[in-house]
Ligand binder design. Structure first.
Ligand code: FE
Length: 176
């Protein structure tokens, strides 16, 4: 392994086939089917995501995150900004001083580290997020424990959709 690979930490990331978008410049429009539970992929206990767009040109993605009860997304760092719009419920970050409620908007600048939790006021949350870049999972000392980007998300969601019958094409159709 060369020095650059060691410095970048690239050796920790499994090889992933980068899907070339067949119709990168084509608009993406669809009606979500709220009753189809298969579209929701579990990412931790009581937390599910519903991907809407995987932008493989920009390395960004859009998804709805829903969680309930003790649902928590472990401490992570965003090297690129995140935008969020609360659709339902109450939520926040352990590190934050606000409560997200239906209709609230958040812009998180690059460099933010936080732990997402459901706020007990309503006990559940549903938020539309636009992630402008990868997610680096970190422990309390800031040491990296995990990594996600648009390509790992596509790979995860393909596995999920193949196993539940929606199929790989369902995910390809969300890629631009
Ligand atoms: Fe986050």
């Amino acid at each position: 392994m060369n020095e650059m690979a060691k410095l970048s930490g690239f050796e920790h990331i499994e090889h992933i086939d980068i899907p070339l978008p067949k119709e990168a410049s084509k608009e993406l429009f669809f009606q979500t089917d709220e009753d189809d539970e298969r579209v929701w992929m579990p990412i931790s206990d009581n937390v599910h995501i519903r991907p809407l767009l995987f932008n493989v040109v920009q390395g960004t993605w859009c998804n709805i995150v829903k969680a309930q009860g003790e649902g928590l997304v472990g401490r992570h760092r965003h090297p690129a900004p995140v935008l969020g719009y609360t659709l339902e419920g109450t939520w926040g970050y352990l590190e934050g001083d606000w409560i997200g409620r239906a209709g609230s908007f958040i812009y998180e600048p690059a460099g933010e580290t936080h732990t997402l939790v459901v706020h007990p006021d309503e006990g559940h949350m549903k938020v539309l997020f636009h992630n402008m870049g990868p997610i680096l999972y970190v422990d309390e000392k800031g040491e990296q424990t995990g990594y996600e980007d648009v390509f790992t998300r596509i790979a995860m969601y393909k596995k999920h959709c193949i196993s539940n019958g929606l199929g790989e094409e369902f995910v390809d159709n969300l890629c631009r």
